[in-house]
Design a protein around this ligand. Sequence first.
Ligand code: DQA
Length: 147
Amino acid sequence: SIIYVLNGPNLNLLGKRQPHIYGHETLADVEADCRKLASELGHEIRFHQSNREYEIIDWIHQAREDGAGIVINPAAFTHTSLAILDALNTFEGPVIEIHISNVHKRESFRHHSFVSHRADGVIAGLGTEGYQLGIRRVATMLKTAKK
Ligand code: DQA
């Protein structure tokens, strides 16, 4: 199957942006790791990043058409976007929400997530390894859905 890995605003600067919080790996490094793992698991990856909310919504709609799974780091849209939650609520496949940092250890405005109202699971604070774990979980869920 297809697994969408969706990234929200400012994650294009991963590796350069507050590395004490988000680490030194770039988004290109994360993408390479995701592609490697997905091919080992026999899945195809659609890896995207945008600073624009509507693009993320459009990719969720595409994932719906594709009968795919979604791993999403909505970044700051996590805490603001009812529109992304509504888009995810049109989607029936597995959704894993991930955050590189432990949002619960940070400012209180990062403690609420709109996306968590729909996500099947949430990974936070495990660094960029969270993407790998999210892909593994989506792969497991896609497999059990097929049975
Ligand atoms: C983030 C956490 C968010 O609060 C923040 O706005 C981000 C990144 C993370 O991966 O830790 O941009 O989603």
